[in-house]
Design a protein around this ligand. Structure first.
Ligand code: AMP
Length: 392
């Protein structure tokens, strides 16, 4: 059975088509600059990359072009071969503990939740609606970034603000990247041959979060009410003293929107280095002695180390640590910097083994107290598997 995994942004549409249950990816790609000038799409098929420039007025047209490509490349012979479409939805609030059908009721809920994720939920809704118009007979499902974290207990998900903020306004930690944390957790359990494990999963990409998982359940995670909590990220500040916000608003000439933009788009690596949000550039900057890049990397690494140490204590030990996502999978330096700072926990890096990018591998020494793995994430596959399970 063919299942399409979809991640819709406001002007983009990422997709992967899987043959299920074999979990074989048939094609993947992305439509970019939808609704704006110079739109194009790129496809990856049989290890070949194809890029085409074409006008993309909306997400529906992108889906129609996708169908033509699938037919022209002999991946499907008719639209009805695609039985399921799984949509990534960032914010499922406290409503969704697992993936769900895109029923009218569920669609209403994610529309209501848009105020909690104004940048993410509205484009996801656009994507679902467009897919419904094009793939009329397919089962459409919603796969939430937040669902995996719904097992977190109140003492971990509440902020120490008036309780009414939680009951009246939904102010609490939701956590994100849930599909990624869940995926690498299930992979590492297979590697260590045990299901009842305590694992710390580090999804370190442009956005970054760390999760403490015990016996398959997320017990704490670094992102919070929004994806701008916890770690320092590419352009996001992560945790800061909340009074900085009121101070900057009261004393500096900045609107709420401008401040929000700075905290989300001009902070993190970019804000500190004043050079780049991309860890590759930061590493180049370090090589050439750029002091702000050196400082940004030190701050970045410290925060990751602090979360791992905190979750080690919270879990009461740890059976494995996993690095995933763009930086976690590819930055040999960042992994080394983090692991070398964890020596107090008896964790030891195997330098040779750590010389790897984008590949599953044990990167700690045999005598390391906790094994450390690189495991490439595959959120698209989780979306397809959950969709397949619902169709079955
Ligand atoms: P993601 O959001 O998961 O796509 O991750 C994006 C981040 O991964 C960016 O900061 C990239 O610089 C980083 N990244 C990708 N490849 C490498 C690499 N070879 N070395 C260091 N960082 C990398």
């Amino acid at each position: 059975m063919k299942v399409l995994s979809v991640n819709a942004g406001s002007s983009s549409l990422k997709f992967s088509l899987f043959e299920m249950p074999e979990e074989k990816e048939l094609i993947c790609g992305v439509f970019e600059r939808i609704g704006i000038d110079n739109s194009f799409y790129s496809l990856k098929l049989n290890d070949q990359k194809i890029k085409k420039e074409i006008s993309l007025a909306d997400h529906k047209i992108a889906f129609e072009i996708l169908i033509n490509e699938l037919i022209n490349n002999n991946i499907i012979s008719s639209l009805d071969e695609i039985k399921g479409i799984g949509h990534r939805v960032v914010q499922g609030g406290a409503y969704f503990k697992q993936s769900a059908l895109a029923s009218p009721d569920n669609m209403r809920i994610i529309e209501e939740l848009a105020s909690l994720a104004p940048l993410h939920n509205p484009p996801a809704i656009t994507g679902v609606k467009a897919a419904m118009e094009v793939f009329k007979n397919a089962t459409q499902t919603l796969v939430f970034d937040t669902a995996f974290h719904q097992t977190i207990k109140k003492e971990n998900f509440l902020y120490s603000v008036p309780y009414k903020w939680y009951t009246d306004f939904g102010v609490r930690k939701y956590g994100f990247h849930g599909t990624s944390h869940k995926y690498v957790y299930s992979k590492v359990n297979k590697l260590i041959g045990n299901d009842d494990t305590k694992v710390i999963t580090c999804h370190i990409g442009n956005g970054a979060s760390i999760t403490a998982i015990k016996n398959g359940k997320s017990i704490n995670t670094s992102m919070g009410f929004t994806p701008n909590a916890g770690l320092m990220m590419g352009t996001r500040s992560g945790d800061i003293d909340p009074t900085i916000i009121t101070y900057m608003l009261k004393n500096k000439t900045m609107t709420v929107e401008e401040l929000e933009n700075v905290l989300n788009k001009e902070s993190g690596f970019l804000g500190i280095s004043e050079f780049s949000s991309d860890s590759r550039d930061i590493e180049d900057g370090i090589e050439s002695g750029n002091e702000k890049c050196i400082l940004a990397q030190e701050m970045y690494v410290k925060r990751i180390v602090n979360y791992i140490a905190k979750y080690y204590v919270e879990l009461g030990g740890c059976d494995a640590i996993v690095f995933t996502a763009g930086i976690g999978e590819n930055s040999i330096k960042t992994r080394a910097d983090v692991i070398n700072k964890l020596y107090a926990l008896g964790i030891k890096l195997d330098k040779e083994q750590n010389n790897v990018r984008g590949e599953e591998r044990l990167i700690s020494t045999i005598d390391s107290k906790i094994p450390v793995y690189v495991i490439p994430t595959n959120e698209e596959l989780i979306i397809a598997s959950d969709t397949y399970a619902m169709i079955k």
